[in-house]
Structures are given as structure tokens and as C-alpha cells.
Design a protein around this ligand. Structure first.
Ligand code: MN
Length: 414
């Protein structure tokens, strides 16, 4: 394990020296200057400022940048070297005089979208979520479509509307068809929902025509963030046949400001669930040749301040390596800053469902909060906060920060 840090980190901090997540921040005195920061305890290290004096030119160029994209593009060897350097700065007392002046109290910084999102893909990798949604929408048919256990189902989302945690989410308007009606009307969604997901941040670009095999996943997955895939269920239900989600999803997708390096999650690796359908060779990960790619990440979803769900990511059927192998198997290239999300994380228990449509069973069983508030879907002013932790070395916990959003009224109804 790494040596202890000389930074005063609270014992129960989720941002210990084993985590070192990356973000992008500004300060009040330099509001136009975005800088790469690394969270440590209650502080943010201005990584670019330290690198300017303590690292070689190549490394300094990756860290003295307004986003993580140059670092993402540099690939796995650079990621490993930068993490080793950060760890040395924060653990070796010899570096303390040069590093300590660049530690800023976290409450004093403003966090921004940590990378320019290139392409955005969202999957549907939870068997429990897919089964619940199938039962709700197709009560007379099979819960899972026939392809579900043969490939990780996904769709291409809208990268330009990925926003950082804290950005208000304006209730979208669109075509909605009310139950029993033959034709749609237009107006603000009546069924605004959340999807608690894990996102994977991609670097190490590939050329078109070069699929990424399972064995190479770690060369291209830089890190992990939290995602809230806001969803307008009435718009989605009317538009999605036959080409999948479109305007019911593309109005906003929120991500956490911190990207936890994949390297920080070694202790969190667990075997994925047993697969009960034979997989084609490009998706078959059961020969034991690689580290397990399941991740024991425990999510929490809070609505109006109250925990309403604790989705367990370890129950996900498809791994990040399988998602990446599938999305490139046709030769589609990867770009630095690509983001792919897991799809809603839902476990087998009711209190582990990561979307309101499942928690309220499509409105048939509204949630009742401690103050008596009833919710099937989100009302204007509601705030949703998603957090997560994972096991780290020596009994520590790795935190992911949070992804937060508050619902703002649709412009037409203001
Ligand atoms: Mn989703």
C-alpha cells in the first residue's frame, strides 16, 4: 500500500490518499482559469501548479490544462505515471514544502465538468432494472428481450447536454400521449425520473476499424464517475419505438465533478454474476485470464434529503470491459473524453431500485417520504443526490463525491 500522506486527512474521509480523484476547478480570484485538481481529504491539490515546478515538461503539460482531455488522450502509461507522481507528492515529506502551498480548501473552489465529453453512450446492463422495466411496459410479454443476455444493449446519447453536478435540470416539454388517448399532446413532462448510474471515462483513443478486446479494457478506461440519466418517461414511452431513446433523455445528463481513477478501485473488483447464456467469444470473460471486472460500488439515491434507494453496482450483469468490447466490435473508434454509462443500477430488492419508475412501479405504488410527501415522479423543486462508495485498501472507503440536480419548472409554466 501507499505510505501515509502528510496532509491532514480526517480518518473517515472518502478522499484518502488511495483515491485521488481528478476534477476541474476555478477559484474566486481567478474565475476564468480552469485548472485540474485532485481531491485529498478536505482539500483540492492544484495539480498543474505543482507540476509546473516538480514534473517534466510532458507531465506538466498534461496537468496544466483546463480539462482532463489531454491526460485522457495520453493513455494508460501516462495515467500510471501521473498517479505515481501525485502519490509521491502527497506522501513523501520531502515534497511537502513545494506541494503544500497548492492545497486549497475544497469549499473555496468551484467545480466544473471535468472533461469535454466526446461521444456518449448509455447502456442497459442491470438485469434487475431491465426485468422491472420489461414487466412494467410489456406485462404480457417476456420481461427481457431475446437479445438481452447476448449483448449489452445501449444507445448513443447527446454528449453536448452532459452537465456537471449542481446544474439545474429544467423540466423538458415534448409529445406525450396520455393513457387511453389516440393522439399525443404537447407540454411539460408529467413523468420526470432519475436513473442512478455509473459512468466510465474513456481515454487512449483508437483508430476506426480497431475493436477493443476484453483484455485491453484497462488501456482505455481511465476512471469512473457518477451519472444521473434524467428521463422523461411519457416522452420516452411515446417516441422510443422503433429506434430507442431520443428526446426523453437528451435534455440533460448530470455527472459528478470527480473522476475516480480505475486504479483506485482494485480492491473493489468482484466477479460479475454467473451468466446463464453462452457468450460469443468477443464477450466471453469466463476463462479467468483477466482481473474480475465487476465493481463493488454501493450507491445511494436521496430524494428531498431522504435515502430512497441503495443500488448495488456489484449486481450488474455486464462489465465495463464487455460494454467497451461491444461498442467497438464493429470498428467504431474511441476518442479521448468518450463517456459510457452503465444504465440504471438496480438490485434484486425493492429498496435497491435506481429509478422512480421502478420504485413507484410506474406510479401504482408511490413513495411516501418521512414527512408524508408522496412521489411517483419528480415535482418542480425536488432535489436528487446520488452518492457512492467502494472498498479501498486496509478497510478504507473510496468516495465518488455526488451528482446532484434540482428540478426547475418548464419555461412555459412559469
Ligand atoms: Mn440510462
Amino acid at each position: 500500500m501507499a505510505a501515509p500522506t502528510w496532509v491532514a486527512v480526517p480518518d473517515d474521509s472518502l478522499f484518502g490518499v488511495h483515491n485521488l480523484p481528478y476534477g476541474v476547478f476555478t477559484t474566486g480570484d481567478r474565475p476564468g482559469e480552469r485548472r485540474i485538481g485532485v481531491a485529498i481529504g478536505d482539500h483540492v491539490l492544484d495539480a498543474g501548479a505543482v507540476a509546473a515546478g516538480q514534473a517534466g515538461d510532458d507531465m506538466a503539460a498534461l496537468l496544466a490544462a483546463p480539462s482532463l482531455n489531454a491526460l485522457l488522450a495520453a493513455g494508460r502509461p501516462a495515467w500510471t505515471a501521473v498517479r505515481a507522481l501525485l502519490t509521491a507528492w502527497l506522501t513523501d515529506p520531502a515534497h511537502r514544502p513545494a506541494v503544500e502551498p497548492h492545497l486549497l480548501p475544497r469549499p473555496e473552489v468551484t467545480l466544473h465538468l471535468p472533461f469535454e465529453v466526446a461521444d456518449y453512450v448509455d447502456f442497459y446492463a442491470s438485469e434487475h432494472h431491465a426485468t422491472n422495466v420489461g414487466r412494467i411496459f410489456r406485462p404480457d410479454g417476456a420481461a427481457l428481450p431475446p437479445n438481452w443476455k447476448h449483448l449489452p444493449i445501449g444507445y448513443h446519447g447527446r454528449s453536448g447536454t452532459v452537465v456537471v453536478s449542481g446544474t439545474p435540470v429544467v423540466r423538458p416539454s415534448g409529445q406525450r400521449r396520455a393513457p387511453g388517448e389516440a393522439v399525443p399532446d404537447f407540454g411539460p413532462t408529467r413523468r420526470l425520473d432519475v436513473e442512478a448510474e455509473i459512468g466510465f471515462v474513456v481515454g487512449g483513443p483508437t483508430a476506426q476499424g480497431s475493436p477493443v478486446p476484453l483484455a485491453d479494457a484497462e488501456e482505455h478506461v481511465f476512471g469512473v464517475c457518477l451519472v444521473n440519466d434524467w428521463s422523461a418517461r411519457d416522452i420516452q414511452a411515446w417516441e422510443y419505438v422503433p429506434l430507442g431513446p431520443f428526446l426523453g433523455k437528451s435534455f440533460a445528463t448530470s455527472v459528478s465533478p470527480w473522476v475516480v481513477p480505475l486504479d483506485a478501485l482494485d480492491v473493489a473488483r468482484v466477479a460479475p454474476p454467473v451468466r446463464d447464456a453462452a457468450l460469443l467469444p468477443y464477450l466471453d470473460d469466463q476463462d479467468g485470464s483477466a482481473p474480475p471486472r465487476g465493481l463493488d460500488i454501493a450507491l445511494e439515491v436521496r430524494l428531498r434529503g431522504e435515502v430512497v434507494s441503495r443500488p448495488p453496482f456489484a449486481t450488474m450483469y455486464w462489465t465495463y470491459a464487455q460494454m467497451l468490447a461491444h461498442m467497438t466490435v464493429n470498428g467504431a473508434s474511441l476518442r479521448a473524453g468518450d463517456l459510457f454509462a452503465s444504465g440504471t443500477v438496480s438490485g434484486p430488492e425493492r429498496a435497491q431500485r435506481g429509478a422512480l419508475i421502478e420504485l413507484s412501479w410506474n406510479g401504482e405504488e408511490p413513495l411516501v417520504l418521512a414527512d408524508g410527501t408522496r412521489r411517483s415522479f419528480l415535482e418542480d423543486g425536488d432535489e436528487v443526490v446520488i452518492t457512492a462508495t467502494a472498498p479501498g485498501p486496509d478497510g478504507t472507503r473510496i468516495g465518488f463525491g455526488e451528482v446532484t440536480g434540482r428540478v426547475a419548472a418548464a419555461p412555459t409554466s412559469r
